[in-house]
Structure formats: C-alpha cells, structure tokens
Write a new protein. Sequence first.
Length: 168
Amino acid sequence: MTSSILFVCLGNICRSPLVAAVARRRFADAGLSVAVDSCGTGGWHVGQGADPRSIRVAEEAGYSLLDHRVRQLTADDFSRFEAILAMDDDNLALLRERSPADDNARVSLFLDAARLDRHVPPIVPDPYYEDLDAFRHVLKLAEQGVDGLIGRLRRGESLAASSRSAAR
C-alpha cells in the first residue's frame, strides 16, 4: 500500500495545500497511515503561508491551513514519496521533465489517481485569479479525489500512473 503522497501545483498556495489538508484528515479518519505533503513547481511564494482564500474555504469545511508553509519541489521528493500527484497537465509535464526516468510511473494527475472518471479533463483548476466560489470548487474536488484515493488504498491498489495520465 502507498505510504506517502506528495500533492503538487504551481505555487503551493491554493490547490495542493488544500488537497493535502483534506487528505491528512480523511486518511486519519479512515485509519490509513499515509504521510502527506504538498509543494509547488514554482518558487515565487517559498516560505509564505497559503492563500487567504484557501485558508478561509478550508476553515469553513473544518480543515486548517494555518501551519502551511510554501515549499518548492526538490529532487529528493522523487525518492521520498511513493506517489506524486499533480493538479493539472502543466505541472504533470514539469514533474515528468524533472523526475528520473524510472520514477515516471509514480507521477500522475491527482484526479486520475483517484479514478474520478467523470472529471474530463481530470484537472483541478487553478483558482488564483478567480473568486471564492472557485476555491470552494477546488475543495469539493479535493474531498471527492481524496475519497477516491481512500477507496483505492483500501483495496490495496497502487496509485501509479493510470493509462490516461501516462498518455498525457
């Protein structure tokens, strides 16, 4: 069973920290021991906290992002995490460019790994330039996606890249 997951978006201030907060709590509630972290492919916000709108939406749903500090993807992440899940195609492409060739199977889209086939394309849209409702939509996708991961983990399935992510 997968014991560590890294969620990745562009700046690590909106999507990936929100998904990680949902995953930490829901994995614990499900009795799953899975280490969770998040990062960004870009380094603009390193050391800062999450976007205030992500914090607000998380708090409204009972999650906390107050301790989150932005960090950028490192080469060590490819050896530290069993699954590396991107929020969108651009970040998936960057992860594949930066990952050692033998690690590409561990890199996938988050919603693909969750097997949420109804989301086509299977991306978590970046809410940064949008209103609060866009952040609430990201939270809904995070909860649905994490529930999908829980189902797969309980069945003992690998979170390795799906055929759809591999073809992207």
